[in-house]
Design a protein around this ligand. Structure first.
Ligand code: NI
Length: 301
């Protein structure tokens, strides 16, 4: 049986404080094979790493989300580069530009975006790009830095076919999630139709962006079958084929070939013993909703 690969989730989020272990340990029996948990702030990079060490099927991306870059220092970059060398870290991200909130100011976002792309270059890791209402600047920077970056994914792709073509031409994957099931997602449906299935990967952005018919609720990898179904219809292939091909793409994207035994070997325990203490750092601020890209939540990723 082919298992679904969730390329972008935030299981360290406080939304999972009540049942994190229950959800994660039950994923496999519900057809979810692999998850990459994505860091978005200094503290969430730490908690992401802790999760990756605990669950064999869960990998980590480390990076600072554009809206979290206001207080960054070079020392933080040293730390980021250091943890990027940990065994289960498979990417630098999520990094990028977010002009929806324009905070911190654009020049600061750009500075740390470029700086983190440099770290990706130095470590040889692929990148997970967050770009929202910043199409031109993101593309300009990605093009300028292209020679040092070795691939990656444009997560929660929200631009049109023209922009999709640019990124596909540069070798990137496009991340497709719950938005595909929204009635008003005309642009994303066009992109999904245009892009070859071999260049699309599935993602949840859990706890955000839950697909229809669960829109507005907390998202988790368990809801990916709704996205699979929508994508299968658009591509006119079977759901099995969508699952198989997107998982294969994700393994290529995150370079997990040969590293797959962690989740393929049924003899391995699904949960490892808690090591030096698994503690989740509290993020500041509260969230009233699971912020869709137009929502009120300031910290959605
Ligand atoms: Ni995210």
């Amino acid at each position: 049986m082919n298992l679904i690969f969730d390329t972008h989730a935030h299981y360290d989020d406080e939304a999972f404080d009540g049942d994190r272990e229950e959800i994660l340990s039950g994923l496999r029996e519900h057809g979810i094979g692999t998850v990459v948990n994505i860091g978005a702030s200094l503290s969430s990079c730490g908690t992401t790493l802790a999760l990756a060490k605990r669950y064999p099927f869960l990998y980590a991306a480390v990076g600072i989300h554009p809206n979290e870059t206001g207080e960054l220092t070079e020392k933080d970059m040293d730390w980021l580069k250091q943890i990027a060398g940990e065994e289960k870290v498979v990417a630098i991200g999520e990094i990028g530009l977010d002009y929806h909130w324009d905070e911190p100011e654009r020049e600061i976002q750009k500075k740390w975006f470029v700086r983190q792309l440099e770290i990706a270059g130095e470590t040889g890791l692929p990148v997970v790009i967050h770009s929202r209402e910043a199409a031109k600047d993101t593309l300009d920077i990605m093009k300028a830095e292209q020679s040092r970056i070795s691939g990656g994914v444009i997560h929660c792709f929200s631009y049109g076919v023209e922009m999709a073509r640019e990124y596909l031409d540069m070798g990137y994957y496009l991340g497709i999630g719950g938005v595909l099931t929204f009635q008003n997602a005309k642009k994303l449906k066009e992109v999904a139709e245009y892009a070859p299935l071999s260049r699309l990967v599935l993602e949840t952005d859990s706890p955000y962006l839950s697909p229809v018919p669960e829109r507005g609720k907390r998202n988790s990898s368990l809801k990916l079958p709704y996205v699979v179904k929508a994508l299968a219809e658009i591509k006119d292939v079977s759901e099995e084929e969508v699952i198989r091909q997107t998982a294969e793409n994700a393994v290529r994207l995150y370079r997990l070939e040969g590293k797959e035994s962690g989740w393929q070997n049924p003899g391995l325990p699904r949960i490892l013993p808690v090591g030096a203490g698994f503690e989740l750092c509290r993020k500041t601020g509260s969230r009233e909703d699971y912020g869709e890209k137009t929502g009120k939540s300031k910290t959605d990723h």
